[in-house]
Design a protein around this ligand. Structure first.
Ligand SMILES: [Zn+2]
Length: 223
């Protein structure tokens, strides 16, 4: 299936992933390696981005749980010849539901917590298709990506990156703690200024009373 040039790269060169999403790079690596092993070809770089949410009405999948329809589109691009593959995988999906009164609610955005089942299957099929382009194949000699057998991926799942989330949480906690310090600082500044204003008002009142006393008792009489 593959020539000597291609063979050289399989299992030798580590697949480089440019991951621009928060999907776990290690999980993606595992999936891509599996597909590469099965297809007998390894691209140089896989660029992973979030895809746009597009509804194609004739491309709905029946949700495995409950009475829902959802739409998934995995975009892909593969350079013709050894090189790069781009995959556009979802961050969220559009889901249609029926509410408890049986009313149809269309296109609600749901952020995905995990990639599994049909979605991972589709990603694998699109990836295998793009690998085909890397090998120099064009569409009229390729089968449709949905016909590519990827049963070997089994029940592989892709999680969100944990370490990044922890890093974010640390940064957020640090920034939140700083807001506590700053609000406390200005609260005490305000209360100091308020007590000073009170004192100043009192002093002003005292001198103003004296002024009025003189105006009333002496200045009028001088006239
Ligand atoms: Zn194609």
């Amino acid at each position: 299936m593959f020539n000597k040039f291609e063979q050289k790269f399989i299992g030798v060169i580590k697949l480089k992933i440019e991951n621009k999403t928060s999907w776990d790079t290690k999980n993606l690596q595992t999936l891509f390696n599996l597909v590469c092993k099965h297809e007998g070809y390894k691209p140089k770089t896989v660029i992973v981005k979030y895809g746009k949410m597009v509804r194609k009405d004739n491309d709905n999948d029946k949700c495995p749980f409950g009475n829902r329809l959802y739409n998934i589109r995995i975009g892909g691009l593969g350079g013709l010849g050894y090189g790069w593959v781009k995959l556009m995988i979802p961050n969220s999906i559009l889901v249609s539901n029926w509410d408890k009164n049986g009313k149809f609610i269309r296109d609600q955005r749901e952020k995905l917590m995990i990639l599994d089942g049909t979605i991972v299957k589709k990603i694998s099929q699109v990836f295998a298709h793009e690998i085909g382009h890397n090998r120099g194949l064009i569409h009229n000699v390729m089968k449709h990506s949905s016909d590519i057998n990827v049963d070997y991926i089994d029940d592989l799942v892709i999680h969100r990156m944990v370490c990044n989330n922890k890093k974010n949480t640390d940064v957020i906690t640090k920034r939140y703690n700083h807001t506590i310090i700053m609000t406390d600082k200005y609260k005490s500044k305000i209360s100091k200024l308020e007590s000073e204003l009170k004192k100043t008002n009192k002093t002003f009142k005292k001198w103003n009373n004296k002024k009025q006393y003189y105006e009333k008792n002496y200045l009028n009489k001088v006239k």
